[in-house]
Design a protein around this ligand. Structure first.
Ligand code: GLN
Length: 490
């Protein structure tokens, strides 16, 4: 079991760490006894699990790394926190993030940037990835057994890739978002970080239940439909012995891929082939528009979600002339200007613009159309039809074409950049580009996992082994298969 180590404060992974002593210690001891008696509550009984600080906890503050929620403590636990506690897990503190989940390097935080455990050859600090960078580093530094993050466009998978951990984003709607602070509702998922896939699976099985309090959560009826859909003999056999058809999206082989990432990708494919699986080139043509689509839709939803932080109903209120008879507008403006960081303000402006009457048709509506194309691209290549896709061809028709079981591609185009190159003041576009491989699965709501693949340095350049994140994406509801292939690559 892992306790906060002495590097905790240096890495800045936690906004609110677990106190050194407290009731939680008793709960760990009780769990130890249950385990000794062969009667643990679950696989995570007594384990420390860190929680990203945009997931509500009753006992610890929830800041979203924002000035606007500086002093906020939720009166209730998010459902996922209740589920973990009911299974015996102990909340190991609240982890640092990009404010409200908006960012790719965990630098846009009121509490300062998260640092990666790893450094580059020159000893420079590296990005931990974002926005769940604190959760990933807490896992990598063995400050906890596993961690919860949120993944709207890659925020669990990118930090996993940069820190050498496993990051799993389940199918949209499987895990409850009740008590998870909304960024972009149509994309938000709770994700899991662990040192290996089997940890992620253990945590997933505890959280993968219907929650009536989250209206976007998949009902029990629809869950059984997904299961029966995947239980035709052929689809079910993919989880056991039969060879898998692995799709390699040609559009993802971009010139910006760094050599170590491309090598890790090729190594992974070779490894899968050695195990008897077959590799198939596929095309996902709408992918090249996915990033711009995401960066229209996510800010649009965010601008609406963040409207409630006005200093009146919620959060920190600005001091100033407003309280002495100025028009209300000042109160809102001052509160929001002081409370939100620059990146969040940028997203609010972008989102408000793309939803305005003049721009709506050209931006928001177009982006919704492209989102549909991205979804259709995926449905066209997977052997399993989308379980909720009414117009899909029957499974027999589909398997005649070059259909695949999962897609394997890099999680990010490069190794983690230096923190000094991605600091809060650097170009936002440079940060957005890192999400190019993660946003397509988010737009389509598909399950995806990032696993660390080690690339041994060539003999000519024996500096060090490099670790790159390799991503496995599956059809909606194929979460188990995605984890299985992730495990094959570990
Ligand atoms: N980097 C992306 C963004 O800034 C994804 C964030 C996320 O998944 N929460 O929106």
């Amino acid at each position: 079991r892992c306790l906060a180590n002495q590097h905790a404060h240096v890495l800045n992974a936690f906004i609110t760490p677990l106190p050194r002593s407290g009731q939680w210690l008793d709960r760990v001891k009780e769990a130890d006894q249950r385990r000794e008696q062969g009667n643990p509550k679950s696989t995570v009984d007594g384990r420390l699990i860190s929680i990203k600080d945009n997931i509500c906890t009753r006992d610890l503050p929830t800041t979203c790394a924002s000035g606007i929620l500086d002093k906020f403590t939720s009166p209730f636990n998010a459902t996922v926190v209740d589920q973990l506690e009911a299974a015996g897990a102990v909340v190991a503190g609240k982890t640092n993030l990009d404010e409200f989940g908006m960012g790719s390097h965990s630098v846009h935080s009121r509490f300062g940037a998260v640092k990666n455990m790893r450094r580059d050859q020159d000893g420079q600090d590296l990005s931990a990835g974002g926005s769940s960078g604190g959760s990933a580093v807490a896992v990598a530094a063995e400050q906890c057994y596993a961690a919860l993050g949120t993944d709207t466009g890659g925020s669990v998978r990118l930090p996993a890739a940069y820190t050498g951990t496993v990051g799993f984003k389940p199918s949209y709607g499987l895990l409850s978002r009740w008590g998870v602070v909304a960024y972009a509702n149509s994309l938000d998922t709770v994700g899991i970080l662990g040192r290996n896939t089997s940890t992620a699976r253990d945590v997933f099985s505890i959280l993968n239940k219907h929650d009536a309090r989250d209206p976007t959560n998949i009902t029990s009826f629809s869950r059984s439909r997904i299961i029966s859909h995947l239980q035709t003999p052929r689809l079910a056999s993919r989880l056991t012995s039969s060879p898998l058809r692995i799709g390699v999206p040609l559009e993802y082989n971009i010139s910006e891929l760094t050599p170590s990432v491309r090598r890790a990708w090729l190594l992974s494919l070779a490894h899968l082939r050695e195990q008897g699986h077959t590799i198939h080139p596929i095309s996902l043509p709408a992918t090249k528009h996915a990033l711009s689509t995401y960066y229209v839709l996510a800010p649009a939803e965010a601008s609406s979600n963040l409207a409630k932080y006005d200093g009146v109903r919620y959060g920190t209120r600005a001091e100033g002339p407003d309280s002495s008879g100025q028009p209300d507008g000042y109160l809102y403006a001052n509160t929001r200007s002081n409370g939100f960081g620059a990146e969040v303000q940028r997203r609010i402006l972008l989102g408000t613009f793309s939803l305005s009457a003049d721009a709506m048709d050209n931006y928001f509506i177009q982006a919704q159309r492209v989102r549909r194309l991205v979804q259709q691209d995926f449905n066209a290549v997977f052997a399993a039809a989308h379980p909720f896709g009414a117009t899909e061809a029957s499974e027999t028709d589909r398997s005649a074409a070059a259909n695949v079981d999962v897609i394997v591609c890099p999680t990010a185009p490069s190794a983690p950049p230096r923190l000094s190159d991605v600091s809060a003041g650097s170009s936002p576009l440079d940060a957005y580009v890192n999400d190019v491989f993660t946003v397509p699965a988010s737009l389509a709501g598909l399950p995806a996992i990032s696993v660390p693949v080690t690339v041994a340095e060539s003999e000519q350049n024996p500096v060090a082994d490099q670790v790159a994140g390799i991503q496995v994406i599956g059809q909606y509801g194929d979460d188990e298969l995605v984890m299985k292939v992730g495990e094959l690559l570990e």
